[in-house]
Design a protein around this ligand. Sequence first.
Ligand SMILES: Nc1nc2c(ncn2[C@@H]2O[C@H](COP(=O)(O)OP(=O)(O)OP(=O)(O)O)[C@@H](O)[C@H]2O)c(=O)[nH]1
Length: 400
Amino acid sequence: MPDLNARQCQSETTTQQLPSFYSPQTETTSTPHNDDDVEPADLSSSANGPAPASPTSNTSSSNPDAELPLRLPTTPLAQPPPTSLLSPAFTPPATPGTGTPLPSEPRGIPVDSSVPTGGCGSKRPRLLESLPEVECAVRARIPTTSGAEMFLHLYTNNVDNKEHLAIVFGRQIRSRSLDAPREGETELDRLVRGAYTGRLYPGREESGLAGPQIDDGNTSTQEGVNEQKEETTPLVRIHSECYTGETVWSARCDCGEQLDEAARLMSLSSNKAGGIIVYLRQEGRGIGLGEKLKAYNLQDLGNDTVEANLLLRHPADARSYGLATAILLDLGQKEIRLLTNNPEKIRAVEGPHREIIVKERVAMVPLSWKGRGGFRAPEVEGYLKTKIEKMGHMLDMGGL
Ligand SMILES: Nc1nc2c(ncn2[C@@H]2O[C@H](COP(=O)(O)OP(=O)(O)OP(=O)(O)O)[C@@H](O)[C@H]2O)c(=O)[nH]1
């Protein structure tokens, strides 16, 4: 990704004292739509924390209980609001590979959350002392429209009753809890819940896990089914559900594009280490679809994505990542390369005792910024600008 390098070099010249992997907050730019949507005073908050409260800037406070004035829009919107939507029982991930014409290798930036200059921002997420328990209930092979094949793993857990998912590229990555024998089950039971090696075919009767191993091409011995032969570290994306961005083509956010791009990178033939998209059912940064739609209306009334959450008495970001950490451990991962611009995610996914180590961060640069397709819309640009300026996202504003 040559322009990512260019953007990084540009960042280095502006902030000599910062490490090369740190993408600094850029000065406020005169982006036409944002000048309309957000008043200059609201853009002054730092990526490292909210601006001090003042009569004009208290909307940038991270305190969900802060009194926040509801601002009127300064210009009428060109588009009418979307029609009402039914909340689906299940949001399928978008099709990988679509709209992303050029293959390109992901470039990682080394990170180390154990040191302050390690490229993981300055905020420390609050983590629970222990990780939740997870169990892979079932997995199935999913051939995709791009030609790549993945295994969809459905997880249960002991903290909520949602169906969190792991989208796994690469047969060498296996779930311990799925492969573990369950009391009283037959070989057919194991085949039906996806606990088998190799491929299924009509008439197959043995899972390959109970007796001598069937050579999977990647899995090894019965004791060591989680061991990876490849030394390279897998790509991982921790993705939060976004019905609007992934299913109904919303141009308010880049979630659909990020999901597609993550899948595309993981299924490149050059990526021997495989990849995992942990798909967490924390819609709307954890506030749910109904509240997110209210937030969108507040955004159309002139507030940004953070202010809208706060006006609804939600935190700017209500998510947690303990389930993702537990799922990655179940999938045998200890070291990962994480696709994200969000430094908080890096620390959070590592777990309370750094059960997982993020070795590299791979930036998720919008495709339109790289001249590789994608889409542009005033709403997504305002959304990204707020993430950079208020939520500490490590993206350079040059693309806006
Ligand atoms: N509350 C709220 N949630 C939003 C909005 N736009 C998108 N989302 C949600 O934000 C989440 C997307 O976040 P992620 O794609 O995980 O990304 P991120 O934490 O921003 O960081 P990256 O890893 O860099 O993409 C999804 O749950 C979306 O539904 C918004 O305007 N308001």
